[in-house]
Design a protein around this ligand. Structure first.
Ligand SMILES: [Zn+2]
Length: 220
């Protein structure tokens, strides 16, 4: 998979493109003004980010159906990544390929979006997905639909149902507005999962700290 990342030049403002192929890193960009920009600091699960960037590229190019498909794929990618990552970290067998395959099979058996997203939420923050969004002040405003429908329903309407209409019912005349909404909602959806991931990391670090202190106290 090739990814073109728009990189505005900090010197003249022209938007250039940094390119990445497969799992390779992004290229350094030299602008026509002579200024050079290096792309650094990709997230651990860079595949989600690259799918999302590609979704944005398709939107800019006017292919709204591909925008929606790629935005939904980015969300699916982040869900399965977080599930496999934390099942592995919890069992301390993160680097054993057979274990990772077992977690992937376990995740696939969950089948529906509701089951998958709630399994991830339970694993990361011991809550249902909707309860986490409602209870977390940083995430207020995610439900932009103006209705009282829970967050997951909002994401289903804006991303997954629209994606399903494309791949199951052949609705490939997607409108710009629905593609834009899918892009925004996908960014929010991935943002919720990464917020959960961040909280789980804080919890893990606190546990490691207390385990270290316990060992130190026992040896003093
Ligand atoms: Zn420039």
């Amino acid at each position: 998979m090739n990814t073109d990342l728009p990189v505005p030049c900090s010197h003249c403002g022209k938007v250039n493109y940094s390119k990445a192929s497969g799992t390779g890193g992004f290229s350094t960009v030299t602008c026509e003004c002579g200024h050079t920009t290096a792309v650094v600091g990709e997230f651990a699960n860079f595949v989600t980010d690259r799918l999302y960037i590609k979704s944005g590229s398709e939107f800019a190019g006017g292919d709204y159906t591909l925008t929606i498909l790629l935005a939904a794929m980015a969300c699916e990618c982040e869900m399965s990544f977080q599930f496999t990552k934390w099942r592995g970290l919890d069992s301390k067998n993160w680097f054993v390929p057979a274990e990772i395959e077992a977690y992937e099979r376990e995740y696939a058996r969950l089948f529906s979006l509701e089951k998958k997203v709630n399994a991830v939420a339970q694993l990361l923050v011991s809550e249902q997905f909707d309860d986490f969004v409602i209870s977390h002040p940083l995430l207020n405003g995610i439900n932009q639909s103006g209705s009282s429908s829970p967050a997951l329903q909002y994401f289903k309407e804006k991303i997954f149902n629209v994606r399903n209409a494309i791949i199951h019912s052949g609705k490939i005349d997607s409108r710009k507005e629905e593609a834009e909404e899918a892009l925004i909602a996908a960014r929010q959806f991935v943002g919720v999962l990464r917020q959960m991931d961040k909280l789980r990391q804080v919890q893990l670090e606190a546990r490691h700290k207390s385990e270290r202190e316990l060992v130190l106290n026992q040896t003093v």
